[in-house]
Design a binder for this molecule. Sequence first.
Ligand SMILES: *Cc1c(COP(=O)(O)O)cnc(C)c1O
Length: 386
Amino acid sequence: MIRYGQQDITQADIDSVVSVLKSVNLTQGPNIPLFEQSVLDHTYAKHAVAVNSATSALHISCLALGLGPGDRLWTTPNTFVASANCALYCGAQVDFVDIDPRTYNLCPLALEAKLIEAEKVGCLPKVVIPVHLAGQPCDMAVIHALGQRYGFKIIEDASHAIGGKYKGEPIGNGRYSDITVFSFHPVKIITTAEGGMALTNSAELATRLDLLRSHGITRDPALMTEPMHGPWYYQQVVLGFNYRMTDMQAALGVSQMTRLTDYVKRRHTIAQRYNELLADLPLTLPWHHPDSYSAYHLYVVRLQLDKISATHRQVFEALRAKDILVNLHYIPVHTQPYYQQMGFKQGDYPQAEQYYREAISIPMHVNLTDPELQFVASCLREAMGL
Ligand SMILES: *Cc1c(COP(=O)(O)O)cnc(C)c1O
């Protein structure tokens, strides 16, 4: 069986986790700040808050930016539902901006057009969440400039993109956004089993994120409304959650981070190989903007359906029948029944819908061997009836 994505766990990873199990702190231990620091060292951001998932990180990032009832959040329809659900958790409204047909990321031109219309009717977004699909960064300089002009905040959903670069600088450095979120789910670039992180250069946002991750409770006298009653004292100053990461997860994260650069290099090597193996097939292969160095979470091919007799579904099922666990990223969020109930309709975002009819994520992870890549390529050829 060849999975579309899979974690890489070494003996060093296992030893790190076991050493936490033998220590006194299973949670809230020394590995949390170590993991946060290792991600800061890689990205050059100023503050990092580790949490139990990227979904949690997106939720508290929205709250930290003051998103609430009456506000609007815009994101791409071509993403995992969590990028949109975070607005609904806060009582805000969601809307979408269609994708660029070359990068499959939120299209800055479509964003600008929608902002012009929204300004006329006084319903501009408070937050925009660009998602770096497959690990390729969005056109952040343009999105940031629009943010300055129309007054919205930006959360980068970089769940696919740790280890990637934009204009030669690491994704997560916050040059073009308020907060960046990473996911450490096992299919992503590095893993902590479940886990996520929010990065920011704002000390104020970092303080809020930190409070929200743990019940809104503080032990910092500077954040309290009255002097400490004694050494036991803490105050709850806002309504927060239990979104903490465990020390076992953080230890795994610290160990995985040591291999991040090698992982992304390996993913590029695999992508190069696929580019060669698939070059003569009626497929649209990943296209990269010259400003981007993708983390290559996914390798997405688009079937040129007018050139083959098989359907998208037939190709997909033929690969699954060979135990190649291909996947599809993503079902456009606005077509989900929950979103249709809110009034979104099929046809609202034609580029994302067209992509959905043609896209297949073929296996991409660091332990794929060359024979496996050749097998995937030959099965794909066969599945397309060639
Ligand atoms: C995986 C993913 C998430 C959610 O990450 P979790 O850590 O599983 O909560 C959010 N957005 C995108 C784009 C993702 O791929």
